[in-house]
Design a binder for this molecule. Structure first.
Ligand code: HAM
Length: 431
């Protein structure tokens, strides 16, 4: 039977990060670590697979993520699992599982890694993507933590030289004030039923707050005159929101109140926010707003999980979107420094000696490049040139026999021979 050809494409909505792009990702990861350290967030890693019900309960049954976007699987033993679509529910699960409420509160953690959503792939939207997130869990329900999360995310974006960042902030209230507002919102939208899209007609039953972030043209018009949550906040939520804004003001954060930020996950209450940057479209003319990340308070998540009420706030940034902005703005990120020294070996004895010589260099803290699989001097010199080496060390049969080595200046071609046992010290002196 003829063998079916293999399809040599990565799975729809997934992408490779090639060696040539790694310097951008290394830089992003480095800045995540540095910002986390600066603001005292400790790293946490959770598995990529979790139980399905964690997200059904945490993120909410009526959300796009749970309804349409989860990669689910059933194990041979019948367990229903999911490739994690987001991090917050998993961090809360770990907090509960490991009794992290018993360590110093609040717990400040960060994470970075791949997440999965079954979405229609398009620019900035993938089925496997990466997020970095910062979460503050437990302790006091203090608005200062909301702003600390905003600050860490903002500093991360700034450290990567992203420009024109704005934080759109809103409050979606609490169990006391939100139901009253929802009624008002619904009665407004009921009067506009014929003017809104099919999805919004459905949202009226499932998830009324999401009416406010519909991007359909007709709905955008209706939305403009809709009642807004911050007019209906209860006294406690109003005070919380006021303090958030005061801290943001004090820190001169580039924030603006946006009553249409409601977020797509059910676990939020009170403060919600999203990070935007302005980019030009493909023709380089029109400025477009790109959502880089978002977050907010999720004080009810632990109750949803049947636990003691625990205040919490966090946010996550989409790393593909950040990497794309860095590329499109041609932000200068230093590429890894290439090795200055290249070892060339000719003949089997030289190869053997060359292998241990490389180790001697590594031990003394000098990385050197080589292409020992190649046999000819010409091919290896070419490789040294391509690597941009300043010095080449040439070890042939004769040199091994005499326990010497040739040092060649790659620019001038000038060569000199020295004793093999002195070469590490000599190179250390020169580079
Ligand atoms: P989210 O808004 O769903 O929030 O995702 C955060 C960011 O991840 C988005 O703003 C976007 O940059 C990126 N992102 C989401 N989906 C995709 C995708 N399909 N392709 C590429 N990038 C994507 C959360 O996930 C919450 N867990 C954030 C949070 C943390 N809230 C509290 N703590």
């Amino acid at each position: 039977m003829a063998k079916k050809n293999i399809n040599f494409y990565s799975v729809k909505g997934t992408h490779d990060i090639l060696p040539s792009e790694q310097y951008i990702w290394e830089k992003i990861r480095k800045e995540i670590r540095d910002v986390a350290e600066t603001y005292s967030f400790s790293r946490i890693d959770t598995p990529i697979i979790e139980n399905l019900d964690l997200f059904q309960r945490g993120v909410g049954e009526a959300t796009d993520i749970v309804e349409k976007q989860m990669f689910t699987l059933t194990t041979k033993g019948g367990d229903k699992l999911v490739l994690r679509p987001e991090g917050t529910s998993a961090i809360a699960r770990a907090y509960i599982q490991h009794g992290l409420s018993h360590v110093g509160q609040p717990l400040k953690v960060y994470y970075e890694g791949p997440f999965f959503r079954y979405e229609n792939p398009q620019a900035g939207r993938y089925r496997q993507f990466h997020q970095a997130g910062f979460e503050i869990i437990g302790g006091e329900n203090d608005p200062i933590y909301d702003v600390q999360v905003m600050l860490a995310n903002l500093r991360l974006l700034e450290s990567l030289k992203l420009k024109n960042i704005s934080i759109h902030v809103n409050s979606i209230g609490c169990k006391t004030c939100r139901p009253i507002y929802k009624k008002k919102l619904l009665s407004y939208y009921k009067s506009k039923k014929k003017e809104i899209c099919k999805d919004c007609n459905r949202r009226m039953n499932d998830n009324p707050l999401r009416l406010l972030d519909c991007k359909d043209e007709k709905c955008e018009v209706v939305k403009k005159s809709a009642p807004i949550m911050i007019d209906d906040l209860c006294a406690t939520c109003r005070r919380h929101f006021k303090e958030v804004l005061e801290y943001a003001e004090e820190l001169k954060l580039p924030y603006q109140i946006n009553p249409f930020v409601v977020r797509g996950l059910d676990y939020y209450n009170r403060t919600v926010f999203e990070f935007f940057t302005e980019i030009n479209n493909a023709e380089g003319e029109k400025s477009l707003s790109l959502a880089l990340g978002g977050g907010g308070r999720y004080d009810y998540l632990f109750e949803i999980f049947g636990q003691r009420s625990t205040p919490a706030v966090g946010a996550a940034l989409g790393l593909e979107r950040i990497a794309e902005v860095i590329k499109s703005l041609k932000i200068n990120i230093p590429v890894r420094q290439k090795n200055k020294v290249f070892l060339i070996v000719i003949g089997i004895e030289a190869k053997k000696r060359g292998m241990s010589l490389v180790e001697e260099f590594v031990k003394s803290g000098i990385n050197i490049s080589e292409s020992m699989g190649k046999n000819s001097l010409g091919a290896q010199l070419k490789a040294a040139d391509k690597e941009g080496a300043v010095l080449a060390l040439i070890l042939g049969q004769k040199e091994v026999f005499k326990e010497s080595i040739i040092i060649r200046d790659m620019k001038t071609g000038v060569q000199e021979t020295i004793l093999l046992k002195k070469v590490v010290a000599e190179i250390k002196r020169r580079v």
